[in-house]
Design a protein around this ligand. Structure first.
Ligand SMILES: Nc1ncnc2c1ncn2[C@@H]1O[C@H](COP(=O)(O)OP(=O)(O)O)[C@@H](O)[C@H]1O
Ligand SMILES: [Mg+2]
Length: 236
């Protein structure tokens, strides 16, 4: 069964100005992603993973070529339209959690919903559902400083998932977590992928994450060096 492509990348080049010259971070990338994938951009530090993830997330634009994400041409969007695309259809998970320290767990997860027009009761239910998915309903009133790193990342996952986005982008989500917490959050994301058909794309060089991926796209010096579907890597 071929899932329909929700991301289509053609001849993508990304150059950054450095000094008087330019650095080519992505060099003619062609890729497509289907709905419901659990895929990872893999490769050593500096290979272009974050750059590519940021373009898919409409946080950055191509220098050449096109990236069509959820039917929008990312390079042609105004900043405002890109913000709407992200707000309505995408969730983001970062290495550093990016939680708001003065807000409670509930408020952090509720935050993306405040820009949508929901009734209080609907918003409450969406937040509690999301906290239930990540196993944190007992921490609603805690603040990030009172949580472990693993719990913070689970709050960040709930925040990314609260709108039930089509696409979640996770950049090195386990970089600050120990092994147990890494497995816990990966199992949570795997479950959400399975039960809600949320598409996950990771950028990672963590072997623990790589073992959960269903598709492994290896980047090397800004090019795709291999792209394969994998199964049963998780034993051991
Ligand atoms: N804003 C920028 N300006 C200049 N160079 C950049 C910028 N962002 C990334 N790069 C360079 O592009 C390359 C790829 O970076 P990145 O996508 O962050 O790699 P990865 O996430 O795989 O570690 C690196 O050599 C990095 O230094
Ligand atoms: Mg990176």
């Amino acid at each position: 069964m071929e899932p329909y492509a929700i991301i289509q990348i053609n001849g993508l080049v990304k150059r950054f100005p450095i000094g008087k010259g330019e650095f080519t971070a992505l060099n003619r990338i062609d890729l497509s992603f289907g709905k419901g994938e659990f895929s990872g951009l893999v490769g050593p530090s500096g290979s272009g993973k974050t750059t590519l993830l940021n373009i898919i997330g409409s946080l950055d634009t191509p220098s050449e070529g096109t990236a069509t994400v959820l039917e929008q041409n990312v390079g042609a969007l105004t900043a405002k339209k890109a913000a709407v695309l992200r707000r309505q259809q995408m969730g983001f998970i970062f290495q550093t959690y990016n939680l708001l320290p003065v807000y409670t767990v509930f408020e952090n997860v509720e935050f993306p919903l405040l820009l949508l027009n929901l009734r209080t009761a609907e918003r409450y239910k969406a937040v509690m559902d999301a906290l239930d998915w990540v196993g944190l309903t007992d921490k609603v009133k805690s603040r990030p400083a009172q949580l472990s790193g693993g719990e913070c990342q689970r709050v960040a996952i709930a925040r990314a998932m609260v709108k039930k986005p089509i696409l979640v982008l996770a950049d090195e989500p386990t970089a600050n977590l120990d092994s147990d917490n890494s497995h816990h959050i990966l199992q949570t994301m795997e479950k959400l992928n399975r039960e809600l058909q949320t598409t996950f794309i990771f950028a990672t060089h963590d072997e623990k994450v790589i073992r959960y991926l269903k598709r492994k796209i290896v980047l090397k010096d800004g090019r795709v060096s291999s792209d394969e579907w994998v199964t049963n890597q998780r034993e051991g």
